[in-house]
Design a protein around this ligand. Structure first.
Ligand code: 4AD
Ligand code: MG
Length: 431
């Protein structure tokens, strides 16, 4: 029996007879030869069927094998620089597990809606595969970063009684006769965690009923959220720039093949090293004015505004101290200018916009109670959160980074929907 290997390990088996379990990606014939491109999820290997090496029936069978049929191919590994992956299989045996029906995704161009309707199959394509491998690397780099700095992972609940990021994008669900919301952010729970463990983070799905149909919004997205006790806004920005540069540089180091497969020009990514420029909201507005962008002072930035601001820099830019009025209830006001919040948004280069939102939290009980009232939030549901200010309150800060925004930026995608295996959008709940 030939040893079963994964295609990515072919290089360790040159000269040996092995078997590969996979699917037929593509094929072509040339006289006495069949070239079967077989993929197994770890790579693609050209499998050469030579009429003189196999029995007649097997050679004939190649003619009928359809795209995405499941096949087990046995043969000897040889090195071949011209082949995909650099290795070939000289086939001695082949078994078809199942002859696939006519596969809907062919090498010709398909529209995005069609591909998204077939997302469960589209994941098999080289590019989608590379994007999701990069996503995995990004998530690993995020976890390694915090794990390596003494943070404790604290999982936040998905069902919550609280609105964290405003009441307009809440998904509400019936909860045994009362109502619950799907979490918009784990932040409030991380604040509790920070007071118990010092440095914590959570990583999980978050939900926003985004009715906007932009390329930057999903209704379900994954967020990583660190929170640190005794940290101020400056410390938060230090952490964010360390974090983002670590993630980008790790992907550049470990995922060159995948970045190449999606034809990503990585020049701009190589510049993502600290320090990142830090500018205030007012300075950002001045950049807009200088570029003749129509913008009303005091408003939040839209996607195009963010692009113009980030184009003034060669790496991510951190914009701090937005008007308190347009920001969430939990943000601490700047003691030097009460109209501003001690918050920060990190804007990615190349038009990718906000990847991180965070800042220093209001740590004063009375101020927080007033803010909850002003934002017309139900004080009852926030009693547990107010307890954190009643029992040993300290300055603290944190942020949230949307994984899909970062995948989209690092991979150079035109829409967030390809940055997650099964995207959820206003008009997409399937597959
Ligand atoms: O700026 P946001 O709303 O901040 C918070 O939720 C804070 N409570 C986080 C914290 O301080 N712990 O969201 C944070 C990030 C954004 O910068 C963006 O990357 C991402 O989450 N994000 C989305 N990603 C995809 N689709 C959406 N609809 C998103 N909304 C926010
Ligand atoms: Mg934000």
């Amino acid at each position: 029996m030939a040893e079963r290997i994964y295609i990515s390990d072919a290089g360790d088996h040159v000269g040996q007879e092995v078997s590969v379990q996979g699917w037929l990606y593509n094929k072509r014939s040339a006289g006495k030869l069949w070239f079967l491109l077989v993929r197994d999820g770890t790579g693609i290997i050209q499998s050469v069927v030579f009429k003189g090496n196999v029995n007649e029936a097997l050679f004939q069978e190649c003619e009928g094998i359809t795209q995405e049929s499941s096949v087990v191919v046995t043969g000897t590994v040889s090195e071949d620089k011209r082949s995909v992956g650099g290795f070939e299989l000289q086939v001695s045996d082949l078994q078809v597990q199942q002859l696939a029906e006519e596969y809907p995704i062919t090498p010709k161009e398909h529209g995005t809606t069609f591909l998204m309707d077939h997302r469960h199959l589209w994941l098999r394509s080289v590019k989608q595969n590379a994007i999701l491998r990069i996503r995995h690397e990004i998530i690993r780099a995020c976890r390694d970063f915090f794990d390596g700095r003494g943070f404790t992972l604290i999982d936040a609940p998905v069902f919550t009684p609280n609105a964290c990021e405003g009441t307009t994008t809440l998904f509400e669900t019936e909860y045994f006769g009362s109502k619950a919301y799907l979490t918009q952010s784990g932040q409030l729970y991380m604040e509790s965690g920070a007071m118990a463990f010092g440095k914590v983070y959570c990583f999980g799905p978050t939900f926003r009923a985004e009715k906007s149909k932009t390329r930057r919004h999903l209704t379900e997205f994954w967020m990583i959220e660190p929170e640190v006790a005794y940290m101020d806004l400056d410390g938060d920005m230090d952490l964010a720039e360390d974090f983002v540069s670590h993630v980008v540089q790790t992907v550049l180091k470990n995922k060159q093949a995948e970045l190449k497969a999606i034809e990503r020009d990585t020049t701009a990514l190589e510049r993502v090293v600290k320090p990142f420029p830090r500018i205030s909201y007012d300075e950002a507005v001045a950049i807009l004015k200088k570029n003749n962008v129509e913008f009303e002072d005091g408003n939040d930035f839209g996607g195009t505004d963010e692009t113009v601001i980030s184009e003034a820099f060669d790496r991510p830019v951190m914009v701090h101290r937005y008007p308190a009025q347009i920001k969430a209830f939990y943000m601490k006001q700047d003691p030097e200018d009460e109209s501003k919040a001690l918050c920060v948004d990190v804007l990615a280069p190349e038009g990718y916009g906000e990847i991180i939102g965070g800042g220093q939290r209001e740590d004063d009980l009375a101020v927080l109670q007033r803010k909850i009232k002003e934002h017309e939030l139900p004080e009852e549901a926030f009693q547990w959160y107010l307890d954190l200010r009643r029992y040993g309150t300290v300055p603290h800060a944190g942020f949230g980074m949307g994984i899909e925004r970062v995948v989209s930026w690092i991979c150079g995608l035109s829409h967030l929907r390809e940055a997650i295996p099964f995207p959820r959008l206003m008009h997409r709940l399937s597959p």
